[in-house]
Design a protein around this ligand. Structure first.
Ligand SMILES: [Mn+2]
Length: 337
């Protein structure tokens, strides 16, 4: 088990140095925009061959990803994982809309390119409208800014932007997707890791949220039963339904060897109302989580996740992430001793 720094959208030399400085061995990037001026500027600082602007791509090429990987490795780090595909284009596949086949073909192409570039894990989720919160700047400990969710408010929101979808429809769309992409992942040697729906409520905005419980993950793991298909185990999201059920799911899937990596964060409260919290408070016991993973012989990586926003913090959350990663590293050292 090792620690990674997480969720970079656009890498900077300073971010990569920071990841090393706080003791991480690897990084994950989240829906990187490899067409952005910032990334082009990064490449032009990192490499002598100049990169130019280009039109947005639907598929990352092997060259894109080799550049990404070598930029990370130049800082003494491993590129452990990418979360999401270009511009997060998977919504039509999730909803079964026209264009789904094209998105699945793009996803397959990205998997093949990742295999060629030697990037071992692709994290994905099955929530077409993403993570929902009803407050983005609630006050946590000491006034740190945290996100919060209240289902009484969430259930009253209807954006009207998505077609209604039942559980059966969302499962059928997922089964079509995984049947198309898992053989490609196996051939490419890239592991697909499913993140739970956040918040894990049965339905939001008219669309069923199917990956919200231990039972739903057991069904998904049995249906797509391959070492190349596993779980991005988010302790925070699972604990939004209760910390005890999170620990049950953790023990089950860790023992089964189906956890590829872990988002280690905590929450205060549970549905129907919760707020995000520092990793050293709230309902998630990070000592118990790491002990289960060590006992199960877990050999993936652990990253922090959304972290509270501290005084004078950056958008990415350098201060919050330094606190979370240092805290997790301390527990690991103590457990190993
Ligand atoms: Mn997460």
């Amino acid at each position: 088990m090792r620690l990674a720094a997480g969720q970079f959208r656009e890498l900077t030399q300073e971010d990569l140095a920071f990841a090393r400085q706080i003791g991480c061995s690897g990084v994950t990037v989240n829906k990187p925009d490899l067409d952005s001026p910032a990334w082009v500027a990064f490449l032009n600082r990192q490499f002598t061959a100049k990169a130019g602007p280009r039109a947005p791509t639907r598929r990352w090429s092997a060259l894109d990803l080799i550049q990404l990987r070598s930029a990370v490795e130049a800082h003494g780090l491993v590129l452990d994982c990418i979360e999401g595909v270009p511009a997060n284009r998977l919504d039509k596949a999730m909803l079964g809309l026209p264009g789904a086949e094209e998105q699945i073909a793009d996803f397959q192409a990205t998997l093949r390119a990742m295999g060629q570039a030697g990037i071992p894990v692709l994290g994905y989720n099955w929530i077409p409208d993403g993570v929902w919160r009803t407050a983005k700047a609630a006050h946590g400990r000491g006034g740190a800014l945290v996100t919060a969710y209240d289902d009484a408010i969430g259930q009253r929101v209807a954006t009207g932007t998505l077609p209604p979808r039942s559980e059966a429809e969302m499962w059928a769309n997922w089964e079509r997707f995984i049947a198309a992409v898992l053989p490609v992942a196996e051939e490419a040697g890239v592991r697909l890791s499913l993140h739970p729906d956040d918040p894990p409520v049965p339905v939001l905005d008219g669309v069923a949220r199917i990956f919200r419980s231990e039972e739903s993950f057991a069904r998904a793991m049995a249906h797509a039963d391959s070492p190349m298909h596993g779980i991005a185990f988010c302790t925070g999201t699972f604990a939004e339904s209760g910390a005890d059920s999170m620990m049950r799911a953790l023990r089950r899937f860790a023992r089964a060897g189906r956890i590829h990596y872990v988002h280690l964060r905590s929450v205060a409260g549970e549905l129907p109302r919760f707020a995000e919290a520092f990793v050293d408070e709230g309902t998630v016991d990070p000592v118990a989580v790491l002990r289960v993973l060590l006992d199960a012989g877990f050999d993936g990586f652990v990253i922090d996740d959304h972290v509270p926003h501290l005084v004078d913090d950056t958008v990415w959350g350098h201060r919050g992430r330094a606190h979370a990663t240092g805290y997790i590293a301390g527990i690991l050292r103590a457990l190993r001793a």
